[in-house]
Write a protein that binds this ligand. Structure first.
Ligand SMILES: *Cc1c(COP(=O)(O)O)cnc(C)c1O
Length: 387
């Protein structure tokens, strides 16, 4: 089911990636090394560990798993998804230009606009659904192209391989936020990206109990400065969180299969509901770039947005507040289904005029379909929306 370079199937990889029996005890799970420092036999004589900001055995196992899941050679763990984004941004300098999607995760856009634009880094936010819009802004100052596909919350699809092709022979690096698709559905590194970023908080952790970020690369030269920043800044996760994510990853393949099946069932139900206006799910045949999604993804995921025919704020608010199985909450990617109102919640930091241009209107509702039974999810939406 995976597009991996390696011959190992994705589920086998997810169960075994990064984890080796503990050499001192044989423990099948990597122990939680709750230790900040490591005793040295003589000055500079140690077993590979000196101080846990730099490296920790539990985090090492997780970072190896991260690299393997994305078909990369290097993985880095951060204390949040945004800390991972920040590490990439710290490699830039004043005068550099960035081309980024115009429908990015709100926090990513806020980080760019609040902290990096004032330092003299220029951002071009473009609709990357058409790679020509990336080409139009590419110049000799461009150092980074930042993509999300599918995007949050409109599920827009960008042809990653086509953008990578544009950057051939250009010094700009291509970074893809792969949070929504997960490595079970697409591997941007094999499509030509230089850096993959994840909010591990979402599907990789999968159980809504950890905040964490990751960067994966397939090139030691891309990895080296990021690794230096990870150590110099120290936005690293603790060993207990690393253990929880190592555990979460083992079921990533089977969880994502159920997220996708529920996504399909709910999207098709919404599409057939006369009270629903637009449905945003890349698996629908008439969705823009559905063919690109089919080519670069194994399935279409469990994230869906939709609008209602009655497009008042009051009605969409009522729907969000009357589901029983779907919990009203920000975030996504956990085993439990969530519902939220982007304009009032996750995307409140996006300026209203920008939201209007994108189509994040007062009627838009976003669902993260969990792994419950599809019949229960549909029954819950039916009582909340009517049909
Ligand atoms: C949540 C999220 C982030 C930010 O990650 P945190 O772990 O919350 O810092 C970045 N990108 C996407 C697509 C996300 O959903």
């Amino acid at each position: 089911m995976s597009q991996h370079n390696s011959k190992t199937g994705f589920n086998t990889l997810a169960v075994h990636a990064g984890v080796k029996p503990d050499p001192s005890t044989g423990a099948i799970m990597t122990p939680v090394f709750m230790s900040s420092t490591y005793v040295q036999e003589g000055i500079g004589q140690h077993k590979g560990y000196e101080y846990s900001r730099s490296s920790n055995p539990t985090r090492d196992a997780l970072e190896a798993a991260f690299a393997a899941l994305e078909g990369g050679t290097h993985g880095l763990a951060f204390s949040s998804g945004l800390a991972a984004v920040d590490a990439v941004m710290m490699t830039l300098k004043p005068g550099d230009e960035v081309i980024a999607g115009d429908d990015l995760y709100g926090g990513t856009r806020r980080l760019f606009a609040t902290h990096y634009a004032p330092l003299g880094i220029q951002f071009n936010f473009v609709d990357t659904q058409d790679p020509a819009n990336v080409a139009a802004h590419l110049n000799d100052k461009t150092r980074l192209v930042w993509l999300e596909t599918p995007t949050n919350p409109l599920m827009r699809i960008t042809d990653t391989a086509a953008v990578a092709e544009l950057l051939q022979g250009h010094p700009a690096r291509l970074a893809v936020d792969n949070t929504f698709a997960t490595p079970a559905l697409q591997n941007p590194l094999t499509l030509g990206a230089d850096i993959v970023m994840h909010s591990v908080t979402k599907y990789l952790g999968g159980h809504s109990d950890v905040v964490m970020g990751a960067l994966m690369t397939k090139d030691a030269e891309v990895d080296a400065p990021l690794r230096t920043i990870q150590n110099n800044v120290g936005a690293v996760p603790g060993p207990m969180d690393c253990f929880l994510v190592l555990r979460g990853i083992k079921t990533l393949g089977i969880r994502v299969r159920q997220h996708c099946a529920n996504g399909r069932a709910v999207a098709e139900w919404l599409e057939a509901n006369p009270r629903v206006d637009k449905v945003y799910w890349p698996g629908l045949a008439d969705f823009r770039n559905h063919d690109v999604a089919t080519r670069q993804m194994n399935d279409y995921g469990g994230m869906i947005s939709f609008t209602l025919v009655d497009d008042s704020l009051e009605t969409s608010r009522k729907v969000c507040e009357s589901t029983q199985v779907f919990a009203l909450a920000e975030s996504l990617g956990g085993v439990e289904s969530l519902i939220e109102h982007p304009a009032l919640m996750t995307h409140a930091s996006v300026p209203a005029d920008q939201r209007a241009i994108l189509g994040i209107n007062d009627s838009l509702i976003r669902l993260s379909c969990g792994i419950e039974d599809a019949e229960d999810l549909i029954a819950d939406l039916n009582q909340a929306i009517g049909g």
